[in-house]
Write a protein that binds this ligand. Structure first.
Ligand code: SF4
Length: 409
């Protein structure tokens, strides 16, 4: 069970949830066959979600998250419960850990309502199975619709192997994140990647979507040619074979489009990420909504991670400036690292998110659900920049899944 080097955003997220002292941390230690989470008879030992990577056979690389008790109390406890619920919201597999010898607690009943409404597979680990079973627990569990109920005894470790097996058995039900070039290239093709090395580029390395694209080109038995935008005009005409796809950094979109033939397939790393991590249709609808924004619209720009801001920062400077150049209506911009709750979102007319390369697909889809509930259109940097450069139709026409949308127009 040695964890591979897969990034956390690519791992299947397995979240353990339950009331305090249900045996979540002990069970996690049994699953890992070593101490990865602190265990104590004191209720509420786990205060913040604890994440550990694991390899689970046919399920592949996974991240197991141990959460604070859902019945935690007090001001701090309420915040911990919020964090546990947030972790559950983005889980690929939920594991409800519940003591066999106790009736369902109010927090468990409340959780069951949420779990039933949510999507994704559910397992139940019935801890303290060495004790006499409470009959009310059985009746409640049978109504939960879990894929498996695994009796476990953390003192002896009985049940840990069955839990591992039950997790692996869910491999068909957990949809893997699609590849960044999914359905876009086939073997033996050439892919040209345009990666500016400017002040915003990290020193000595490429950013995640660029690395991911190169790796996937190799996985698909294709070849990658990587150039900066300044060298593109010189190298492109030298190619004996036309690339099947050109992928550029969004900020160089116009220059790249001008330096290659009009019928060359072209898109951007951000648009590929939007398609891989989120819902490209939602982002296209979001950019269309710009035309009907009200006067004095409030726009929220969300970047999922902190990074050193340059003077010409994309999210806080370039996007608001482009918006003001292109949209003849007054608008105010706010900036955040987190997606607000549904109520707080309702004050905005539009949300623009970054490429979300640090987030899992499940997390991004959960954010999109929240935006849908709040009725707020959303787009992302890549789609916005392609639209602003007048290149959006070209940048998405290569996606086979949008063929329907194009035909309806
Ligand atoms: S998570 Fe967002 S802000 Fe952070 S590096 Fe990725 S795209 Fe940029």
């Amino acid at each position: 069970m040695i964890a591979s080097g897969a990034p956390n955003a690519e791992r299947v997220r397995i979240v353990f949830a339950g009331v305090r002292n249900a045996g979540k941390s002990s069970l996690m230690n049994r699953l890992f066959q070593r101490d990865v989470s602190i265990v104590s008879p004191e209720p509420g030992t786990t205060t913040d979600p604890v994440s550990r990577p694991i390899e689970l056979g046919r399920l592949g690389p996974a991240l197991v998250v141990d959460t604070a008790g859902l019945d935690d109390s007090g001001e701090l406890g309420r915040l911990r419960v919020e964090r546990s619920r947030a972790a559950l919201e983005v889980a690929d597999i939920r594991v409800l850990v519940t003591p066999a010898d106790r009736p369902p607690a109010p927090a468990e009943l409340e959780l069951a309502g949420r779990i039933a409404a949510g999507s994704g597979p559910l397992l139940v680990a019935l801890t303290f199975d060495d004790r006499e079973r409470d009959p009310r627990k059985d009746a409640w569990l049978s109504a939960l619709g879990a894929q498996a109920i695994v009796p476990a005894d953390n003192t002896t470790g009985r049940g840990a192997a069955e839990l591992r097996e039950s997790l692996m058995a869910l491999s068909d039900r957990v949809r893997p994140e699609p590849g960044i070039l999914e359905n876009l290239v086939v073997e033996d093709e050439l892919v040209l990647l345009v990666t500016p090395i400017d002040l915003a580029a990290p020193k000595g390395r490429l950013i995640m979507p660029q690395v991911e694209a190169i790796r996937e080109v190799l996985d698909r038995d294709c070849a990658a040619l990587v150039v900066k935008e300044r060298e593109l005009a010189r190298f492109y005409p030298l190619l004996r074979e036309r690339p099947s796809l050109v992928v550029t950094d969004s900020q160089a979109f116009s220059k790249v489009a001008a330096d290659i033939p009009e019928d060359q397939r072209l898109t951007s790393f951000s648009i590929l990420l939007a398609r891989k991590k989120g819902d490209i249709r939602a982002y296209l609808a979001g950019v269309e909504a710009i035309e009907t924004l009200p006067e004095n619209a409030k726009i929220l720009v969300i970047e999922s991670c902190s990074h050193h801001r340059q003077a010409e920062d994309l999210g806080t400077v370039k996007i608001p400036r482009l918006f003001r150049q292109l949209v003849p209506k007054a608008a105010s911009f706010s900036f955040s690292r987190e997606m607000p709750g549904v109520e707080a979102l309702r004050e905005y007319s539009l949300v623009i998110t970054c490429g979300n390369c640090m987030r899992t697909r499940r997390e991004v889809l959960s954010q999109l659900e929240r935006l849908g509930e709040a009725g707020v259109p959303v787009t992302n940097y890549g789609v916005f920049l392609a639209w602003a450069n007048g290149l959006l139709p070209r940048a998405v026409e290569l996606f086979p899944e949008l063929a329907e949308l194009r035909m309806a127009r």
